[in-house]
Design a protein around this ligand. Structure first.
Ligand code: C2E
Ligand code: MG
Ligand code: MG
Ligand code: MG
Length: 282
């Protein structure tokens, strides 16, 4: 009986696996066509100065509205795009779009606003990345200082030498570097000295737990303290409540991002909401 049970289980897992890999193949087939069919877009989520809620800029977040599948979340398609290398052309497109958005904002007199773009580790395998970005910036007449790139700790430590060189080259363009999801990696903090880091984005899991006990608060306090000692800017992601914002402000955390200030929205809506001639303050 045990044997029979085992066989049943095995078959069950096989069916399950097949279903999953089938789903993966289908997703990938659609994803390959997403760019040429213009199904990808960027949404922008405001980043605000916590002390006075001035809008400083936005993070650009990829959206895929598939004709066949409907909206597919980045947590589903980005890992697949990374595994297959599709993230390289998609990532180039994201950077080019960001340059165009910045150009448009500048033309409207909002030249101090910044855009942050997420970069995958895979994009650092291609040395052309920096050159192509430099060309896009030039084409749009946008200074590199208007752009920030976000990478996770794990990206820095993969192929460290190469990645480091490329990040210094980005730095030469004036682009700033943010560590995304800070605090969720398990790496030694010494990389903060080896890389030209400007910003720590405290992972939203830490922000979520604020006010739930002294231990949680102490963690965020410690991260902010360390960041400031290293002259890094602290961005809190996933700020959802006024209490969280007040706590973060009291800690001297400079920038906030999250549903409290605004969800990610299409660029046209972002402009309408936040880039009023009077200057965007929430
Ligand atoms: P991330 O870079 O850490 O982006 C922050 C995520 O938190 C976004 O999810 C955003 O919508 C969500 N978020 C913002 N505020 C709040 C809040 O107050 N509460 C909660 N619960 N969530 C909030 P999203 O847009 O689903 O993106 C997920 C991840 O996909 C991103 O995490 C990033 O790692 C990746 N991603 C998005 N766009 C790109 C891209 O252009 N290139 C690459 N390589 N990765 C991207
Ligand atoms: Mg990010
Ligand atoms: Mg993040
Ligand atoms: Mg993330």
């Amino acid at each position: 009986r045990a044997k029979e049970y085992g066989r049943g289980l095995h078959q069950f897992f096989r069916a399950e696996m097949n279903e999953r890999s089938l789903e993966r193949v289908q997703l990938l087939n659609h994803l390959r066509r997403a760019m040429p069919q213009r199904e990808l877009s960027l949404h922008l989520q405001p980043q605000v100065r916590l002390s006075d809620r001035t809008v400083l800029g936005a993070e650009a977040l990829l959206r895929w509205n598939s004709a066949a599948l409907g909206p597919v979340g980045p947590d589903r398609f980005i890992p697949l795009a990374e595994e297959t290398g599709l993230i390289e052309p998609i990532g180039d497109w994201v950077l080019a779009q960001c340059c165009e958005l910045l150009q448009d904002w500048q033309a409207q007199g909002h030249s101090r606003l910044r855009l942050a773009a997420n970069l995958s580790g895979r994009q650092f395998r291609n040395a052309e990345l920096v050159l192509r970005l430099a060309r896009e910036l030039e084409r749009c007449g946008v200074p590199g200082s208007a752009l920030e790139v976000e990478v996770t700790e794990s990206v820095l430590l993969e192929r460290e030498g190469r990645t480091r060189e490329m990040l210094f080259a980005l730095k030469d363009l004036g682009v700033s570097l943010a560590i995304d999801d800070f605090g969720t990696g398990y790496s030694s903090l010494s990389y903060l000295r080896r890389f030209p880091v400007d910003v720590l984005k405290v992972d939203r899991s830490f922000i979520h737990d604020l006010g739930q006990g002294a231990d949680h608060d102490a963690l965020v306090r410690a991260i902010a303290g360390m960041a400031h000692a290293l002259k890094l800017t602290v961005v809190a992601e996933g700020v959802e409540t006024a209490e969280q914002a007040a706590f973060l402000t009291a800690l001297g955390c400079e920038v906030g991002q999250g549903w409290l200030f605004g969800r990610p929205v299409a660029p046209a809506e972002f402009k309408q909401r936040y880039l009023t001639p009077a200057g965007g303050s929430l």
